[in-house]
Design a binder for this molecule. Structure first.
Ligand code: NI
Length: 136
């Protein structure tokens, strides 16, 4: 069966702070730059999600859009307008870098969509994005 990838883009906003408490303040500033700001700061994140699968013979779609939206919002809404470090348990253990956030999203999306999750991209700024792709 032919597999078709379908991509859709979502946005959410969240605050974070990057800091390694065991390091000196100066070393943290050097390592994390603006993301070390003591009071945190925000990003408008853009998340691109690709699902892959054979189009359903009846609907002709990989997944109904309403179902896709509903399940993605169950993943991203808990992050929206939150301070990641302070309000999301995962980021009390993992640093709130793009690399870690994209892994968190990957795990959550796999719980919703299983193996259909094919590729995700997380833009932190216009210039930076982080990507995870399913191993074939
Ligand atoms: Ni930042």
């Amino acid at each position: 069966m032919t597999q078709v990838a379908f991509y859709r883009v979502y946005t959410f906003s969240a605050a974070h702070r990057l800091d390694i408490p065991e390091k000196e303040a100066e070393a943290n500033r050097e390592l994390f730059g603006k993301c070390n700001n003591p009071n945190g700061h925000g990003h408008d994140y853009t998340l691109g999600i690709g699902l892959i699968g054979p189009p359903d013979p009846e609907t002709g779609m990989v997944i109904p859009l309403s179902e896709f939206d509903r399940l993605v919002h169950e993943v991203i809404d808990p992050l929206d307008h939150k301070h990641l470090n302070e309000e999301i348990d995962y980021f009390k253990i993992h640093r709130s870098t793009g690399e870690e956030i994209v892994q968190y999203l990957w795990l959550q999306l796999q719980r919703k969509f299983g193996n259909k999750v094919f590729r995700i991209k997380l833009w932190e700024t216009n210039n930076n994005y982080f990507e995870l792709e399913r191993m074939q």
